[in-house]
Ligand binder design. Sequence first.
Ligand SMILES: [Zn+2]
Length: 75
Amino acid sequence: MPLRFNTCPYCNQRIVFKIDEKDVNTSQYPAPVYIHHTSDSCGKTSTFYVDSLLRVSYKELEKKPGGTKTLKTID
Ligand SMILES: [Zn+2]
């Protein structure tokens, strides 16, 4: 399960999450997945779009339609 290092679009803190193909709708890329930043000081959920290699293409502040899962950050 690949680990992804990125930043939260709300607070710009570094985040880490694990993502797997089963976490996204593989019929369409970039595929949205919701990322819940579990930091006490943030706690916001945003939408990350990943390509077929599960690399983050771009992200949106809001929870956009089309995602199937919410992943919690692990760091
Ligand atoms: Zn955050």
